[in-house]
Design a protein around this ligand. Structure first.
Ligand SMILES: Nc1ncnc2c1ncn2[C@@H]1O[C@H](COP(=O)(O)OP(=O)(O)OP(=O)(O)O)[C@@H](O)[C@H]1O
Ligand SMILES: [Mg+2]
Length: 590
């Protein structure tokens, strides 16, 4: 139950709905209960009338007319109170269920906003399917608590208080006998719902697993098809679904116990009413009408008592879901606030930076400095930590040891949004959205950009020509709904997307790997046109990408093994000189 306390702030927000809801529940119950005394009065007064008329010795027809008039009258009363009850029930749903929908909406927004503020380390630890599940499936479970569960609980409490007080006022002894089976009902329902709870949390985890599996399969559908892995995927999916079905069946078995159990215990109550009531009627302390009235009361308690178990399992499920939601809501978001005076005038510097994603060190003792306006080349073997350096520079992760400074200030002390605004970043695994090329290029540029701006950046990244050849040019839709770009085209659109932000520092992580060396040269020359003040970080395996940089870092296994100007590095017979030699040899015409 405890995780659900998190939602109390929403009850406070929608207290008007909740308050009126409770009032409507009370009103609808009063009119529901009214039926029982009406029936009692009807029966008792009819019996009294029959007795009276038999003494008076009037004709059969007169008696019948009189009795039917009475039946009609009491029937009309029952109908009227049922209608009024219905009207209040309508308002009860209109307030409480509507409140639950509002809270569902708010909660989804809250989770989504929180997701957006979480850092890269959170996303590298969690599955997309799981993230989606918590915002959709788990919120739905919680909504069941906010709406139906709350509504039926209030209903149960109100009805119990009203019904039992009326019953006790009529005859405490019979009431005691009649209600005797109820505690057993509650206890057995509690145990049954314990089992239900356990089985349904297993189920929830299985469903999350299936969602993640399917989501990954469709994201990687091209790989899946290329490897002709449909069969394997299909059988794996069937196995998972089969398992899910089995688990669900286990749940259904217990669920099926619920209703008969309730009905049996309620049936017991009805039998006790008639037995003890009958005895009392003979003794003269209870009327026939009272028996009918009590049977109605017991039946009235049936649904709420049955729903007690149902409500318990809803609350338990919701509690498990809210716990999962809270686990994500409690994840610390990226530190966003900080010094708002963010400008880049002098230099960026890594000072004894160590970093690891988990236990094993990924970067060790990284020291270097980029002056504003310079071009820094980072080259090294695969997995040596080049992309990690770019991530640290973008503040996607924080160093474990050491500091990264900009103009002498620790970058962690700067306001995050303003800091990142300085950068144009082309990540190694490029992701373009399933939108038009225009929208993809404009993505992330907060300010208004003109057609000329788009053309300019597309020309600089040497993709303008390609775009002109597409059927709808800039309006060409990419991805699932549209065309697929070649690897080199993707890289160049991504460069255009980075450039349109007019960044101070441009970070290209292996972003020229899929273009030929001529195109690479064109783009690099174009980037020089950006001006003297622009700082450039070029990450690559290819010597040709970094050879004309001002300064080069050579990485191997998380460490900088050499650094200096290309000229200096060529003089020392190290890794860089060796790479130049082998890569030049490969490029020689045969
Ligand atoms: N999100 C992550 N979680 C855990 N480990 C990671 C993560 N990203 C990278 N690594 C590991 O960190 C090491 C450095 O990776 P990095 O991507 O920085 O290498 P790289 O030099 O860019 O390689 P490449 O030239 O292949 O792009 C690798 O061993 C990699 O397995
Ligand atoms: Mg990399």
């Amino acid at each position: 139950m405890k995780p659900l306390f998190y939602l109390n702030k929403y009850f406070k927000k929608y207290r008007v709905y909740l308050g009126f809801g409770i009032v409507f529940v009370v009103c609808s119950n009063i009119f529901a209960i009214l039926v029982a005394p009406i029936v009692r009065t009807a029966i008792d007064s009819m019996i009294a009338n029959v007795k009276l008329y038999s003494i008076l010795d009037v004709s059969q027809t007169t008696l019948l007319t009189h009795i039917s008039a009475m039946a009609l009258f009491f029937g009309g009363l029952v109908l009227a109170s049922a209608i009024i009850k219905g009207v209040f029930m309508y308002f009860m749903r209109q307030t409480i269920i509507v409140m639950s929908r509002y809270i569902e909406f708010d909660l989804k927004n809250e989770i989504f906003e929180h997701y957006q503020r979480l850092g890269a380390s959170f996303y590298s630890k969690n599955y997309t399917g799981d993230l989606m599940n918590r915002i959709s499936e788990d919120v739905s479970q919680v909504r069941m608590y906010l709406g139906p569960a709350i509504m039926y609980s209030i209903n149960l409490v109100v009805l119990f208080i009203l019904v039992i007080s009326v019953m006790v006022s009529i005859n405490p002894t019979i009431t005691l006998y009649v209600l005797l089976p109820l505690p057993f009902l509650s206890i057995s329902i509690y145990y049954v719902s314990e089992i239900i709870n356990k089985r349904s949390s297993v189920l929830q985890a299985k469903l999350s697993g299936i969602t993640t599996y399917v989501q990954e399969a469709f994201s990687g559908i091209r790989v899946l098809k290329a490897f002709a892995a449909e069969k394997h995927f299909g059988s794996e999916f069937s196995a998972k679904s089969e398992d899910y079905k089995k688990q669900y069946m286990r749940l259904v078995q217990v669920n099926a116990l619920f209703f008969p159990l309730t009905m049996m215990l309620v049936g017991l109550s009805v039998i006790t009413t008639i037995y003890f009531g009958g005895k009392q009627v003979i003794a003269g302390t209870f009327s026939f009408g009272n028996i009918a009235e009590y049977v109605i009361y017991v039946n009235m308690l049936t649904w709420p008592v049955a729903s007690l178990g149902w409500v318990t399992s809803i609350i338990q499920r919701a509690s498990a879901s809210q716990e999962r939601i809270n686990a994500f809501l409690n994840e610390k978001p990226e530190e966003r606030s900080g010094n708002t005076d963010v400008t880049f005038n002098d230099a960026l510097e890594f000072d004894s930076v160590d970093f690891s994603y988990d236990k094993a060190p990924t970067l060790e003792n990284i020291n270097f400095r980029i002056k504003k306006g310079q071009t820094l080349g980072i080259i090294g073997t695969t997995g040596s930590g080049k992309s990690t350096i770019a991530s640290l520079l973008l503040r996607l992760y924080k160093p474990v040891e050491g500091t990264i400074t900009m103009d002498g200030a620790d970058i962690n002390d700067l306001e995050l949004a303003r800091y990142r605004e300085l950068f144009g970043y082309v990540p190694q695994d490029i992701f373009l959205f399933s939108e038009t090329i225009r929208e993809n290029i404009l993505f992330g540029s907060n300010n208004e950009r003109t057609e000329e701006d788009i053309e300019e950046v597309a020309t600089l990244s040497d993709v303008w020509e390609d775009i002109q050849h597409f059927p709808a040019q800039l309006e060409t839709v990419l991805g699932e709904r549209g065309i697929t770009l070649s690897g080199g085209q993707k890289q160049r659109v991504a460069i255009a997307r980075a450039l349109i932000r007019k960044p101070e520092i441009l970070v290209l992580d292996d972003s020229l790997s899929a273009v030929d060396t001529n195109t690479e040269r064109t783009i690099k020359n174009n980037l020089k046109k950006l001006g003297q003040n622009k700082t450039l970080v070029l990450i690559s395996h290819r010597v040709s990408t970094v050879e004309d940089a001002d300064y080069i870092l050579v990485l191997d296994d998380g460490k900088i093994v050499e650094q200096g100007s290309p000229h200096d590095l060529m003089q020392t017979a190290g890794l860089f000189a060796e790479m130049v030699k082998t890569q030049n040899a490969q490029n020689q015409p045969v």
